[in-house]
Design a protein around this ligand. Structure first.
Ligand code: C5P
Length: 242
């Protein structure tokens, strides 16, 4: 899949469906929070419910599956109607791979599209999800939301800036990332448990995922200070929507 035609547009067969897969099985150790970060309360409800509400508002999705850790003690207490599977693995890639296999067992087809999205990117909007689907549904590979790097990029050696890296072709990979279920599952098996996003597994096949402009607000809540920022954005949106 190294020739240029591998990335050219295709005609979308009408029977193709779109699924969302939300890996939610992380422990969130960098967040410094009590328990997994995706369950911390933001603007009045657990972070993951903001994420799921955005996907629930996208009419083109045929279904959604939330991947939980086998010992997840929190999600059930939310009494939400979202379908879950307790098949989370040791790494994000394992969780995604297990979730994709389950989607296929439950009736999804290998040629269907799946949008994989981090539970911890709770500021995603239905409009951004729709823009990814619009951009990728006729693409031979698929693609991801991403944000052009705004800052100057440094390479570190022993805590010091050793070099400045050209940022002109650099993007921050976000989610959702949208690929055919079969192609993605094969790519993840080949790439192994260490890949941190779906696109890198697809790139390892020699294909080039489409970069679709996302938003700086679609950041992954990761560090302690991210919670206050996400809360402020959610509060501001709630005021605007009143
Ligand atoms: O840890 P990180 O921020 O990279 O996690 C990104 C997403 O992947 C989060 O939504 C997290 O819950 C999920 N994850 C998972 N299974 C793991 C590790 C992370 O579903 N083993």
């Amino acid at each position: 899949m190294t020739d240029a035609t591998a990335n050219s547009p295709t005609t979308e067969p009408s029977h193709v469906r779109y699924w969302a897969l939300i890996p939610c099985a992380g422990s969130g150790s960098r967040a410094g929070s009590d328990g997994p970060k995706q369950y911390q309360s933001l603007a009045g409800r657990p972070m993951v419910l903001h994420t799921l509400a955005a996907f629930a508002a996208v009419a083109r999705l045929s279904g959604l599956l939330v991947v939980l850790a086998p010992d997840d003690a929190f999600f059930t207490s939310l009494n939400s109607a979202y379908p879950v599977a307790r098949c989370g693995g040791a790494t994000r890639a394992d969780s995604v791979r297990n979730g994709l296999a389950l989607l296929l067992q439950q009736g999804a087809q290998r040629h269907d599209w799946v949008l994989v999205h981090d539970a911890a990117r709770c500021l995603i909007t239905p409009a951004q999800i729709d823009s990814l689907i619009d951009a990728c549904s006729t693409d031979a590979v698929g693609g991801l939301l991403a944000h052009r790097l705004p800052d100057t990029l440094k390479a570190e050696v022993n805590g010091r800036a050793a070099a400045t890296v050209d940022r002109s072709d650099k993007w921050l990979a976000q989610t959702p990332q949208m690929f055919r279920i079969g192609m993605l599952l094969d790519a993840l098996w080949r790439a192994g448990a260490g890949v941190t996003d779906e696109a890198s597994a697809i790139e390892a096949l020699g294909a080039q995922p489409l970069l679709v402009a996302g938003s700086a607000q679609n950041f992954k809540v990761t560090y302690p200070e991210d919670f206050a920022l996400a809360e402020a954005v959610l509060q501001a949106r709630a005021r605007t929507n009143k």
